[in-house]
Design a protein around this ligand. Structure first.
Ligand code: BG6
Length: 503
Protein backbone atom coordinates (compact mmCIF):
# COMPACT_ATOMS: atom_id res chain seq x y z
CA UNK A 1 0.00 0.00 0.00
CA UNK A 2 1.47 3.41 -0.96
CA UNK A 3 0.41 6.45 1.02
CA UNK A 4 0.33 9.69 -0.92
CA UNK A 5 2.20 12.14 1.28
CA UNK A 6 3.68 14.61 -1.15
CA UNK A 7 3.72 15.45 -4.82
CA UNK A 8 6.88 13.46 -5.64
CA UNK A 9 5.40 10.36 -4.09
CA UNK A 10 2.23 10.91 -6.09
CA UNK A 11 4.26 11.06 -9.33
CA UNK A 12 5.87 7.76 -8.51
CA UNK A 13 2.44 6.22 -8.22
CA UNK A 14 1.48 7.61 -11.60
CA UNK A 15 4.71 6.22 -13.03
CA UNK A 16 4.00 2.84 -11.53
CA UNK A 17 0.59 3.07 -13.16
CA UNK A 18 2.01 4.04 -16.52
CA UNK A 19 4.69 1.37 -16.49
CA UNK A 20 1.95 -1.16 -16.13
CA UNK A 21 -0.05 0.51 -18.88
CA UNK A 22 2.84 0.53 -21.28
CA UNK A 23 3.53 -3.13 -20.81
CA UNK A 24 3.51 -4.49 -24.33
CA UNK A 25 3.12 -8.18 -24.82
CA UNK A 26 4.69 -8.90 -28.22
CA UNK A 27 2.76 -11.28 -30.42
CA UNK A 28 4.44 -14.03 -32.41
CA UNK A 29 4.86 -13.32 -36.14
CA UNK A 30 1.54 -13.83 -37.93
CA UNK A 31 -0.21 -13.39 -41.27
CA UNK A 32 -3.10 -10.98 -41.55
CA UNK A 33 -5.06 -11.28 -44.77
CA UNK A 34 -7.17 -8.17 -45.00
CA UNK A 35 -10.13 -8.45 -47.38
CA UNK A 36 -11.33 -4.93 -48.14
CA UNK A 37 -7.76 -3.62 -47.96
CA UNK A 38 -8.56 -0.41 -49.84
CA UNK A 39 -11.80 0.27 -47.95
CA UNK A 40 -12.65 3.06 -45.58
CA UNK A 41 -12.27 0.99 -42.40
CA UNK A 42 -8.85 -0.26 -43.50
CA UNK A 43 -7.77 3.30 -44.21
CA UNK A 44 -9.13 4.95 -41.07
CA UNK A 45 -8.62 2.27 -38.45
CA UNK A 46 -7.04 -1.04 -39.36
CA UNK A 47 -3.85 0.00 -41.19
CA UNK A 48 -2.99 2.96 -38.92
CA UNK A 49 -3.74 0.75 -35.90
CA UNK A 50 -1.40 -1.97 -37.13
CA UNK A 51 1.34 0.60 -37.67
CA UNK A 52 0.97 1.75 -34.07
CA UNK A 53 1.28 -1.82 -32.81
CA UNK A 54 4.42 -2.18 -34.94
CA UNK A 55 5.78 1.15 -33.72
CA UNK A 56 5.54 0.10 -30.07
CA UNK A 57 7.14 -3.25 -30.80
CA UNK A 58 4.09 -5.47 -30.46
CA UNK A 59 3.92 -6.56 -34.10
CA UNK A 60 7.17 -8.37 -34.81
CA UNK A 61 9.23 -8.40 -38.02
CA UNK A 62 8.42 -11.64 -39.83
CA UNK A 63 4.70 -10.85 -39.72
CA UNK A 64 2.91 -10.36 -43.03
CA UNK A 65 -0.03 -8.14 -43.86
CA UNK A 66 -1.61 -9.03 -47.18
CA UNK A 67 -4.25 -6.60 -48.31
CA UNK A 68 -6.82 -7.78 -50.79
CA UNK A 69 -9.28 -5.86 -52.91
CA UNK A 70 -10.74 -5.97 -56.38
CA UNK A 71 -8.99 -2.83 -57.59
CA UNK A 72 -5.97 -3.28 -59.83
CA UNK A 73 -3.18 -1.48 -58.02
CA UNK A 74 0.57 -1.93 -58.20
CA UNK A 75 2.31 -2.82 -54.96
CA UNK A 76 3.77 0.71 -54.86
CA UNK A 77 0.37 2.35 -55.35
CA UNK A 78 -0.99 0.39 -52.42
CA UNK A 79 1.98 1.25 -50.20
CA UNK A 80 1.36 4.92 -51.02
CA UNK A 81 -2.25 4.40 -49.90
CA UNK A 82 -1.03 2.91 -46.59
CA UNK A 83 1.40 5.77 -46.06
CA UNK A 84 -1.41 8.28 -46.63
CA UNK A 85 -3.75 6.33 -44.32
CA UNK A 86 -1.15 6.51 -41.55
CA UNK A 87 -0.23 10.16 -41.97
CA UNK A 88 -3.88 11.21 -42.21
CA UNK A 89 -5.04 9.29 -39.18
CA UNK A 90 -2.20 9.31 -36.67
CA UNK A 91 -0.52 11.96 -34.64
CA UNK A 92 2.68 12.98 -36.46
CA UNK A 93 4.66 12.37 -33.24
CA UNK A 94 4.07 8.67 -33.71
CA UNK A 95 5.33 8.53 -37.28
CA UNK A 96 9.04 7.84 -37.69
CA UNK A 97 10.24 7.42 -41.23
CA UNK A 98 12.60 4.49 -40.56
CA UNK A 99 9.91 2.64 -38.65
CA UNK A 100 7.32 3.41 -41.28
CA UNK A 101 9.56 2.00 -44.02
CA UNK A 102 10.10 -1.17 -41.96
CA UNK A 103 6.35 -1.45 -41.41
CA UNK A 104 5.62 -1.02 -45.12
CA UNK A 105 8.04 -3.87 -45.85
CA UNK A 106 5.60 -6.24 -44.07
CA UNK A 107 2.79 -5.30 -46.45
CA UNK A 108 1.84 -6.62 -49.84
CA UNK A 109 -1.20 -6.19 -52.04
CA UNK A 110 -3.23 -8.56 -54.19
CA UNK A 111 -6.04 -7.86 -56.51
CA UNK A 112 -8.56 -10.65 -56.14
CA UNK A 113 -12.24 -11.01 -56.86
CA UNK A 114 -13.86 -12.94 -54.04
CA UNK A 115 -16.54 -14.16 -56.41
CA UNK A 116 -14.24 -16.08 -58.72
CA UNK A 117 -11.61 -18.73 -58.25
CA UNK A 118 -8.63 -16.93 -59.84
CA UNK A 119 -5.59 -15.92 -57.83
CA UNK A 120 -6.47 -17.86 -54.67
CA UNK A 121 -3.75 -20.41 -55.34
CA UNK A 122 -1.16 -17.67 -55.63
CA UNK A 123 -2.45 -16.17 -52.35
CA UNK A 124 -1.91 -19.56 -50.77
CA UNK A 125 1.61 -19.74 -52.21
CA UNK A 126 2.52 -16.48 -50.49
CA UNK A 127 1.41 -17.57 -47.00
CA UNK A 128 3.33 -19.62 -44.49
CA UNK A 129 0.31 -21.36 -43.02
CA UNK A 130 2.29 -22.73 -40.10
CA UNK A 131 1.98 -19.19 -38.64
CA UNK A 132 -1.20 -17.92 -37.01
CA UNK A 133 -3.21 -16.62 -39.94
CA UNK A 134 -6.13 -14.25 -39.53
CA UNK A 135 -8.54 -13.61 -42.42
CA UNK A 136 -10.19 -10.28 -41.76
CA UNK A 137 -13.46 -9.71 -43.64
CA UNK A 138 -13.66 -5.92 -43.80
CA UNK A 139 -16.05 -6.14 -46.74
CA UNK A 140 -19.78 -5.95 -47.37
CA UNK A 141 -21.77 -8.97 -46.12
CA UNK A 142 -22.78 -9.92 -49.66
CA UNK A 143 -19.33 -11.42 -50.29
CA UNK A 144 -18.73 -13.05 -46.87
CA UNK A 145 -20.04 -16.31 -48.20
CA UNK A 146 -17.83 -16.47 -51.34
CA UNK A 147 -14.73 -15.67 -49.30
CA UNK A 148 -15.51 -18.37 -46.76
CA UNK A 149 -16.09 -20.99 -49.48
CA UNK A 150 -12.96 -19.99 -51.38
CA UNK A 151 -10.83 -20.19 -48.23
CA UNK A 152 -12.10 -23.73 -47.70
CA UNK A 153 -11.95 -24.72 -51.37
CA UNK A 154 -8.33 -23.60 -51.70
CA UNK A 155 -7.30 -25.33 -48.50
CA UNK A 156 -6.31 -22.13 -46.74
CA UNK A 157 -7.66 -23.09 -43.31
CA UNK A 158 -5.57 -24.73 -40.58
CA UNK A 159 -6.12 -25.16 -36.84
CA UNK A 160 -4.25 -21.91 -36.24
CA UNK A 161 -6.35 -19.94 -38.75
CA UNK A 162 -8.87 -17.37 -37.54
CA UNK A 163 -11.61 -15.47 -39.24
CA UNK A 164 -12.60 -11.95 -38.24
CA UNK A 165 -16.06 -10.86 -39.30
CA UNK A 166 -17.04 -7.20 -39.36
CA UNK A 167 -20.57 -6.05 -38.74
CA UNK A 168 -23.24 -6.15 -39.95
CA UNK A 169 -23.41 -9.76 -38.81
CA UNK A 170 -26.70 -10.46 -40.52
CA UNK A 171 -29.77 -8.29 -41.03
CA UNK A 172 -32.11 -10.31 -38.83
CA UNK A 173 -32.15 -13.60 -36.95
CA UNK A 174 -32.57 -15.73 -40.07
CA UNK A 175 -29.61 -14.17 -41.92
CA UNK A 176 -27.40 -14.24 -38.80
CA UNK A 177 -28.18 -17.95 -38.37
CA UNK A 178 -27.36 -18.58 -41.99
CA UNK A 179 -24.02 -16.79 -41.67
CA UNK A 180 -23.21 -18.71 -38.48
CA UNK A 181 -24.07 -21.93 -40.30
CA UNK A 182 -21.72 -21.09 -43.20
CA UNK A 183 -18.90 -20.14 -40.86
CA UNK A 184 -19.31 -23.22 -38.71
CA UNK A 185 -19.05 -25.50 -41.74
CA UNK A 186 -15.39 -24.55 -42.13
CA UNK A 187 -14.32 -22.96 -38.83
CA UNK A 188 -14.69 -24.00 -35.19
CA UNK A 189 -16.39 -21.47 -32.91
CA UNK A 190 -12.97 -20.92 -31.28
CA UNK A 191 -11.64 -19.63 -34.63
CA UNK A 192 -14.44 -17.12 -35.27
CA UNK A 193 -14.01 -13.51 -34.13
CA UNK A 194 -17.17 -11.44 -34.58
CA UNK A 195 -16.05 -7.86 -34.10
CA UNK A 196 -17.97 -5.22 -32.20
CA UNK A 197 -15.51 -2.36 -31.92
CA UNK A 198 -17.31 -0.97 -28.86
CA UNK A 199 -15.94 -3.89 -26.87
CA UNK A 200 -12.42 -2.71 -27.70
CA UNK A 201 -12.95 0.77 -26.27
CA UNK A 202 -10.86 1.53 -23.21
CA UNK A 203 -13.76 2.61 -20.99
CA UNK A 204 -15.91 -0.36 -21.91
CA UNK A 205 -13.26 -2.63 -20.48
CA UNK A 206 -12.91 -0.29 -17.57
CA UNK A 207 -16.56 -0.85 -16.81
CA UNK A 208 -15.67 -4.46 -16.00
CA UNK A 209 -12.70 -3.34 -13.92
CA UNK A 210 -14.89 -0.85 -12.08
CA UNK A 211 -17.63 -3.36 -11.34
CA UNK A 212 -15.55 -6.40 -10.57
CA UNK A 213 -12.30 -4.86 -9.28
CA UNK A 214 -13.83 -2.71 -6.53
CA UNK A 215 -15.74 -3.71 -3.47
CA UNK A 216 -17.67 -0.45 -3.51
CA UNK A 217 -20.13 -0.89 -6.34
CA UNK A 218 -21.21 -4.50 -6.59
CA UNK A 219 -23.28 -4.65 -3.36
CA UNK A 220 -25.33 -1.68 -4.65
CA UNK A 221 -25.55 -2.87 -8.25
CA UNK A 222 -29.17 -4.04 -8.29
CA UNK A 223 -32.78 -2.92 -8.33
CA UNK A 224 -32.78 -2.28 -4.62
CA UNK A 225 -30.38 0.65 -4.93
CA UNK A 226 -30.44 1.58 -8.61
CA UNK A 227 -33.43 3.55 -9.85
CA UNK A 228 -32.64 3.27 -13.56
CA UNK A 229 -29.82 3.18 -16.09
CA UNK A 230 -29.42 5.35 -19.19
CA UNK A 231 -27.24 4.32 -22.10
CA UNK A 232 -26.63 7.04 -24.66
CA UNK A 233 -24.64 6.90 -27.87
CA UNK A 234 -25.17 10.27 -29.52
CA UNK A 235 -23.46 11.14 -32.77
CA UNK A 236 -23.00 14.55 -34.29
CA UNK A 237 -22.42 13.30 -37.82
CA UNK A 238 -25.05 12.13 -40.29
CA UNK A 239 -25.01 8.95 -42.33
CA UNK A 240 -22.05 10.16 -44.40
CA UNK A 241 -21.37 8.22 -47.57
CA UNK A 242 -23.12 5.06 -46.29
CA UNK A 243 -26.64 6.08 -47.29
CA UNK A 244 -27.62 2.88 -49.04
CA UNK A 245 -26.44 0.57 -46.25
CA UNK A 246 -27.89 2.78 -43.53
CA UNK A 247 -31.28 3.24 -45.14
CA UNK A 248 -31.67 -0.54 -45.16
CA UNK A 249 -30.60 -0.85 -41.55
CA UNK A 250 -31.55 2.14 -39.39
CA UNK A 251 -30.36 2.89 -35.88
CA UNK A 252 -31.85 -0.28 -34.37
CA UNK A 253 -29.85 -2.65 -36.56
CA UNK A 254 -26.80 -0.42 -36.99
CA UNK A 255 -26.27 0.50 -33.34
CA UNK A 256 -28.68 -1.08 -30.84
CA UNK A 257 -28.46 -4.73 -31.89
CA UNK A 258 -24.70 -4.65 -31.38
CA UNK A 259 -23.02 -1.68 -29.66
CA UNK A 260 -25.76 -0.65 -27.20
CA UNK A 261 -26.65 -4.27 -26.53
CA UNK A 262 -23.04 -4.99 -25.59
CA UNK A 263 -22.94 -2.01 -23.23
CA UNK A 264 -26.21 -3.15 -21.69
CA UNK A 265 -24.78 -6.64 -21.19
CA UNK A 266 -21.63 -5.41 -19.47
CA UNK A 267 -23.52 -3.13 -17.14
CA UNK A 268 -26.20 -5.70 -16.28
CA UNK A 269 -24.44 -9.07 -16.28
CA UNK A 270 -23.73 -11.16 -13.20
CA UNK A 271 -20.08 -11.37 -12.17
CA UNK A 272 -18.48 -14.07 -14.31
CA UNK A 273 -16.49 -16.67 -12.37
CA UNK A 274 -13.36 -15.52 -14.16
CA UNK A 275 -12.30 -13.08 -16.84
CA UNK A 276 -12.22 -15.70 -19.55
CA UNK A 277 -13.98 -15.71 -22.92
CA UNK A 278 -16.72 -18.20 -22.21
CA UNK A 279 -17.33 -17.17 -18.61
CA UNK A 280 -17.89 -13.55 -19.74
CA UNK A 281 -19.93 -14.47 -22.79
CA UNK A 282 -22.14 -16.91 -20.87
CA UNK A 283 -23.14 -14.07 -18.54
CA UNK A 284 -23.77 -11.63 -21.39
CA UNK A 285 -25.96 -14.18 -23.13
CA UNK A 286 -28.11 -14.58 -20.01
CA UNK A 287 -28.77 -10.83 -20.00
CA UNK A 288 -29.87 -10.79 -23.64
CA UNK A 289 -32.12 -13.78 -23.08
CA UNK A 290 -33.71 -12.05 -20.10
CA UNK A 291 -34.69 -8.95 -22.06
CA UNK A 292 -38.45 -8.58 -22.11
CA UNK A 293 -40.27 -7.87 -25.37
CA UNK A 294 -41.16 -4.18 -25.71
CA UNK A 295 -44.55 -2.54 -26.02
CA UNK A 296 -45.07 0.06 -28.75
CA UNK A 297 -45.03 2.91 -26.25
CA UNK A 298 -41.57 1.83 -25.05
CA UNK A 299 -40.18 2.71 -28.49
CA UNK A 300 -39.50 6.15 -29.98
CA UNK A 301 -38.26 6.54 -33.53
CA UNK A 302 -36.85 9.69 -35.07
CA UNK A 303 -35.40 10.91 -38.33
CA UNK A 304 -33.39 14.11 -38.74
CA UNK A 305 -34.90 16.81 -40.86
CA UNK A 306 -33.13 19.57 -42.68
CA UNK A 307 -31.58 22.37 -40.65
CA UNK A 308 -29.79 25.41 -42.11
CA UNK A 309 -27.17 24.13 -44.50
CA UNK A 310 -27.43 20.60 -43.07
CA UNK A 311 -29.29 18.27 -45.45
CA UNK A 312 -32.10 16.12 -44.11
CA UNK A 313 -31.74 12.37 -43.61
CA UNK A 314 -33.83 11.75 -46.72
CA UNK A 315 -31.55 14.00 -48.77
CA UNK A 316 -28.48 12.28 -47.28
CA UNK A 317 -29.67 8.81 -48.30
CA UNK A 318 -31.28 9.91 -51.58
CA UNK A 319 -34.69 8.48 -50.71
CA UNK A 320 -37.38 11.09 -50.23
CA UNK A 321 -39.97 8.70 -48.82
CA UNK A 322 -37.66 6.88 -46.41
CA UNK A 323 -39.13 5.92 -43.04
CA UNK A 324 -35.88 4.55 -41.66
CA UNK A 325 -35.01 5.70 -38.13
CA UNK A 326 -31.81 7.70 -37.65
CA UNK A 327 -32.70 7.92 -33.94
CA UNK A 328 -34.16 5.42 -31.54
CA UNK A 329 -34.96 5.48 -27.83
CA UNK A 330 -36.15 2.42 -25.93
CA UNK A 331 -37.24 1.57 -22.45
CA UNK A 332 -36.12 -1.97 -21.69
CA UNK A 333 -36.56 -4.34 -18.79
CA UNK A 334 -34.47 -7.30 -17.83
CA UNK A 335 -36.54 -9.92 -16.13
CA UNK A 336 -34.23 -11.49 -13.61
CA UNK A 337 -33.74 -11.34 -9.85
CA UNK A 338 -31.18 -8.54 -9.93
CA UNK A 339 -32.98 -6.16 -12.26
CA UNK A 340 -36.72 -6.77 -11.92
CA UNK A 341 -38.53 -3.42 -12.42
CA UNK A 342 -35.36 -1.42 -13.14
CA UNK A 343 -35.77 0.59 -16.32
CA UNK A 344 -32.92 0.62 -18.82
CA UNK A 345 -33.34 3.58 -21.17
CA UNK A 346 -31.34 3.29 -24.36
CA UNK A 347 -30.98 5.97 -27.03
CA UNK A 348 -28.81 6.54 -30.04
CA UNK A 349 -29.04 8.82 -33.02
CA UNK A 350 -27.25 10.72 -35.70
CA UNK A 351 -26.99 14.51 -36.19
CA UNK A 352 -27.51 15.15 -32.50
CA UNK A 353 -26.13 18.04 -30.53
CA UNK A 354 -22.81 16.45 -29.53
CA UNK A 355 -20.85 13.26 -29.95
CA UNK A 356 -21.25 11.70 -26.54
CA UNK A 357 -21.39 8.10 -25.39
CA UNK A 358 -22.05 7.28 -21.79
CA UNK A 359 -23.66 4.88 -19.41
CA UNK A 360 -25.33 6.61 -16.46
CA UNK A 361 -26.30 4.60 -13.42
CA UNK A 362 -28.86 6.60 -11.47
CA UNK A 363 -29.17 5.48 -7.86
CA UNK A 364 -32.39 5.73 -5.85
CA UNK A 365 -33.29 8.73 -3.78
CA UNK A 366 -32.53 8.52 -0.09
CA UNK A 367 -35.36 6.76 1.81
CA UNK A 368 -35.35 9.49 4.44
CA UNK A 369 -33.64 12.83 4.81
CA UNK A 370 -32.43 13.96 8.20
CA UNK A 371 -31.90 17.49 6.89
CA UNK A 372 -35.05 19.51 7.46
CA UNK A 373 -34.21 22.07 4.79
CA UNK A 374 -33.66 19.29 2.28
CA UNK A 375 -36.56 16.87 2.56
CA UNK A 376 -35.68 15.29 -0.82
CA UNK A 377 -32.11 14.29 -1.62
CA UNK A 378 -31.33 13.08 -5.10
CA UNK A 379 -29.72 9.74 -5.65
CA UNK A 380 -26.10 9.57 -6.70
CA UNK A 381 -25.33 9.27 -10.39
CA UNK A 382 -22.39 7.27 -11.67
CA UNK A 383 -21.64 8.24 -15.26
CA UNK A 384 -19.22 6.15 -17.24
CA UNK A 385 -18.09 8.15 -20.27
CA UNK A 386 -16.89 6.30 -23.31
CA UNK A 387 -16.22 9.31 -25.47
CA UNK A 388 -15.10 12.02 -25.55
CA UNK A 389 -12.96 12.48 -22.40
CA UNK A 390 -13.09 8.87 -21.24
CA UNK A 391 -13.65 8.65 -17.54
CA UNK A 392 -15.97 8.17 -14.64
CA UNK A 393 -17.95 10.84 -12.93
CA UNK A 394 -19.91 10.38 -9.73
CA UNK A 395 -22.24 12.98 -8.27
CA UNK A 396 -22.30 13.13 -4.51
CA UNK A 397 -24.13 15.35 -2.05
CA UNK A 398 -21.97 17.46 0.25
CA UNK A 399 -22.37 20.45 2.49
CA UNK A 400 -21.88 23.73 0.71
CA UNK A 401 -18.74 25.20 2.29
CA UNK A 402 -18.96 28.24 4.53
CA UNK A 403 -21.48 29.58 7.00
CA UNK A 404 -25.23 29.62 6.50
CA UNK A 405 -26.32 26.39 8.09
CA UNK A 406 -26.48 22.93 6.62
CA UNK A 407 -26.91 23.73 2.93
CA UNK A 408 -26.45 20.72 0.69
CA UNK A 409 -25.16 20.71 -2.88
CA UNK A 410 -24.45 18.05 -5.45
CA UNK A 411 -20.91 18.02 -6.80
CA UNK A 412 -19.17 15.79 -9.31
CA UNK A 413 -16.31 13.55 -8.26
CA UNK A 414 -14.63 13.51 -11.62
CA UNK A 415 -12.10 10.94 -12.61
CA UNK A 416 -11.04 11.70 -16.12
CA UNK A 417 -8.72 8.93 -17.24
CA UNK A 418 -6.78 11.34 -19.44
CA UNK A 419 -6.06 13.57 -16.45
CA UNK A 420 -5.19 10.77 -14.09
CA UNK A 421 -2.98 9.09 -16.63
CA UNK A 422 -1.23 12.29 -17.75
CA UNK A 423 -3.13 12.58 -20.99
CA UNK A 424 -1.98 9.16 -22.13
CA UNK A 425 -5.28 7.37 -22.38
CA UNK A 426 -6.04 8.33 -25.97
CA UNK A 427 -2.53 7.44 -27.02
CA UNK A 428 -2.44 3.92 -25.73
CA UNK A 429 -4.45 1.86 -28.20
CA UNK A 430 -7.60 2.29 -30.19
CA UNK A 431 -10.38 -0.25 -30.24
CA UNK A 432 -9.44 -1.91 -33.53
CA UNK A 433 -5.76 -2.42 -32.83
CA UNK A 434 -6.52 -3.90 -29.42
CA UNK A 435 -9.04 -6.29 -30.95
CA UNK A 436 -6.71 -7.33 -33.80
CA UNK A 437 -3.96 -8.15 -31.30
CA UNK A 438 -6.49 -10.22 -29.34
CA UNK A 439 -7.30 -12.15 -32.52
CA UNK A 440 -3.64 -12.99 -33.03
CA UNK A 441 -3.25 -13.98 -29.37
CA UNK A 442 -6.39 -16.10 -29.62
CA UNK A 443 -8.33 -14.27 -26.92
CA UNK A 444 -12.07 -14.18 -27.67
CA UNK A 445 -13.23 -12.38 -24.51
CA UNK A 446 -14.03 -9.16 -26.38
CA UNK A 447 -15.74 -10.84 -29.34
CA UNK A 448 -19.31 -12.01 -29.71
CA UNK A 449 -20.11 -15.67 -29.68
CA UNK A 450 -22.53 -17.11 -32.25
CA UNK A 451 -25.32 -17.77 -29.75
CA UNK A 452 -24.95 -14.25 -28.35
CA UNK A 453 -25.39 -12.62 -31.77
CA UNK A 454 -28.40 -14.79 -32.50
CA UNK A 455 -30.03 -13.96 -29.16
CA UNK A 456 -29.45 -10.25 -29.83
CA UNK A 457 -31.10 -10.55 -33.25
CA UNK A 458 -34.00 -12.53 -31.85
CA UNK A 459 -34.86 -9.69 -29.46
CA UNK A 460 -34.12 -7.02 -32.10
CA UNK A 461 -36.51 -8.69 -34.54
CA UNK A 462 -39.30 -8.60 -31.94
CA UNK A 463 -38.73 -4.88 -31.35
CA UNK A 464 -38.79 -4.11 -35.08
CA UNK A 465 -41.94 -6.21 -35.62
CA UNK A 466 -43.57 -4.43 -32.69
CA UNK A 467 -43.16 -0.99 -34.25
CA UNK A 468 -44.02 -2.27 -37.71
CA UNK A 469 -47.21 -3.95 -36.48
CA UNK A 470 -48.16 -0.73 -34.73
CA UNK A 471 -47.32 1.30 -37.86
CA UNK A 472 -45.02 3.57 -35.91
CA UNK A 473 -43.34 6.24 -38.02
CA UNK A 474 -40.23 8.19 -37.09
CA UNK A 475 -40.80 11.67 -35.75
CA UNK A 476 -38.76 14.34 -37.55
CA UNK A 477 -36.23 16.15 -35.32
CA UNK A 478 -34.03 19.15 -35.92
CA UNK A 479 -30.32 18.51 -36.39
CA UNK A 480 -28.07 19.58 -33.50
CA UNK A 481 -30.70 18.88 -30.87
CA UNK A 482 -31.21 16.01 -28.42
CA UNK A 483 -33.55 14.18 -30.79
CA UNK A 484 -37.33 13.96 -31.21
CA UNK A 485 -39.73 15.41 -28.66
CA UNK A 486 -41.39 12.04 -28.08
CA UNK A 487 -38.16 10.77 -26.54
CA UNK A 488 -38.72 13.13 -23.61
CA UNK A 489 -42.07 11.47 -22.93
CA UNK A 490 -40.41 8.08 -22.62
CA UNK A 491 -38.69 9.17 -19.43
CA UNK A 492 -41.11 11.91 -18.33
CA UNK A 493 -44.01 9.49 -18.03
CA UNK A 494 -41.93 7.66 -15.42
CA UNK A 495 -41.08 10.96 -13.64
CA UNK A 496 -37.50 10.73 -14.86
CA UNK A 497 -35.36 12.81 -17.18
CA UNK A 498 -32.77 12.06 -19.77
CA UNK A 499 -29.35 13.43 -18.99
CA UNK A 500 -28.27 16.35 -21.14
CA UNK A 501 -26.30 15.46 -24.24
CA UNK A 502 -23.25 17.52 -23.50
CA UNK A 503 -19.51 17.10 -23.39
C1 BG6 B 1 -20.57 1.86 -36.48
C2 BG6 B 1 -21.87 2.28 -37.12
O1 BG6 B 1 -20.60 0.52 -36.12
O2 BG6 B 1 -20.33 2.65 -35.32
C3 BG6 B 1 -21.83 3.75 -37.47
O3 BG6 B 1 -22.09 1.50 -38.29
C4 BG6 B 1 -21.46 4.57 -36.27
O4 BG6 B 1 -23.07 4.17 -38.02
C5 BG6 B 1 -20.21 4.04 -35.59
O5 BG6 B 1 -21.26 5.90 -36.69
C6 BG6 B 1 -19.95 4.74 -34.26
O6 BG6 B 1 -18.70 4.35 -33.76
P1 BG6 B 1 -17.86 5.31 -32.79
O7 BG6 B 1 -16.70 4.47 -32.38
O8 BG6 B 1 -17.47 6.49 -33.63
O9 BG6 B 1 -18.77 5.68 -31.68
Amino acid sequence: MIHVQDASNFLKIIKVGLTTLYKIIPVEPFNLVLFGGTGDLARREILPGLYRRFHVGQVQPGSKIIAIARKHLTEQEFLNFVREAITENLDSKLIEETNLVKFLSLISYRSLDANNKNNWESLKGSLDLSLTTAYYLSVGPSIFSSIISNLAHHDLIRVNSRIVVEKPFGHDLASAKELNRKLSKVFDEGQIYRIDHYLGKETVQNLMALRFGNVLFEPLWNSQYIDHIQITVAEKGGVGGRGEYYDNSGAMRDMVQNHLMQLLCLVAMEPPSKFSPDAVRDEKLKVIRSLEPLAANDIVLGQYGQGGSVPSYREDVGNNTSTTESYIALKCNISNWRWANTAFYLRTGKRLRKRVSEIAVVFKKLPHSIFLDHPQINGNVLAIRLQPNEGINMTVTIKEPGPGGMRLIEVPLDMSFAKSLHGEVGNLTNAYERLIMDVIRGNQTLFMRGDEVEAAWKWTDTVISCWQNNRKQPQIYDPNTSGPEDAYMLTNKDQRRWREIEV
